[in-house]
Design a protein around this ligand. Structure first.
Ligand code: PGA
Length: 251
């Protein structure tokens, strides 16, 4: 049985004090719940160390939002996988569409990052998704296939056990426009089929595929009830403790 995973991508939000407040609120609200899923929060780099301390002993796991593929050196402004490990991260979001679009990340760079993260013992949350014009011209599957195959090039079967895939249609991110459960399910199934062809039925059945793009407490349940949707990567709605918990309850 594959895991349902709800992850909160805080993006460039929350300074240290705000991060601490949100984490304490989440911990308190989750204390008496037995969530039916794994829960991950991905604060900005500057809050990771403190978040890690606050999360000790809780059921919430810690992730980062990005990293560089090199070990160390002259890469001003960058953060390495081992640095993330050293502050207690277990997960790292890689290939988010904002990284692809705004910061020019290519499939090849994302592949290098995935390999480096795995080698350092981090579990990548690997994001893929099509643009609105790609969906409208009917090339969604081609785009997804290219992103999945190039992103996972050279990744072994054993390594696949530590990867989460997140399908995030770019037109649904931060726009309030969610893919319909049927639209999302169709792409999730397509991704699972790609994994089966490239790896095996067993790996395909085990891999967690999250949906992301305007997930909210009131649409989470229906999305998550689709057969191939195994969780959510949440942006806007994870910044308020009660709405993030609402999504977790929807799982
Ligand atoms: P959103 O963001 O929930 O605000 O649409 C999702 C994401 O970018 O991961």
């Amino acid at each position: 049985m594959r895991k349902t995973v709800i992850a909160g991508n805080w993006k460039m939000n929350n300074d240290l004090a705000q991060s601490e407040k949100l984490i304490v609120e989440l911990k308190n609200l989750l204390q008496n719940e037995k969530p039916n899923c794994d829960v991950i929060v991905c604060p900005p780099f500057t809050s990771l160390s403190e978040a890690s301390k606050l999360l000790k002993g809780s059921q919430i796991k810690l992730g980062a939002q990005n990293m560089h593929f090199e070990e160390n050196g002259a890469f001003t402004g960058e953060i390495s996988a081992s640095m993330l490990k050293s502050v207690g991260c277990e997960y790292v979001i890689l290939g988010h569409s904002e990284r692809r679009a705004i910061f020019g990340e290519s499939d090849e760079m994302i592949n290098k990052k995935i390999k480096k993260a795995l080698a350092a013992g981090l579990k990548p949350i690997f994001c893929v998704g099509e643009l609105l014009e790609e969906r409208e011209t009917g090339i969604t599957n081609d785009v997804i296939k290219k992103q999945v195959l190039l992103g996972l090039a050279g990744i072994t079967e054993a390594e696949m056990k530590n990867i989460i895939i997140a399908y995030e249609p770019v037109w649904a991110i931060g726009t309030g426009k969610t893919a319909s459960p049927a639209q999302a399910q169709e792409v999730h199934e397509f991704i699972r089929d790609l994994i089966e062809i490239d790896y095996s039925l067993e790996i395909a059945n085990d891999v967690t595929i999250q949906y992301g793009g305007s997930v909210k407490p009131d649409n989470a349940k229906e999305l998550l009830s689709q057969k191939d949707i195994d969780g959510a990567l949440v942006g806007g709605a994870c910044l308020k403790a009660d709405s993030f918990i609402g999504i977790i309850k929807g799982a």
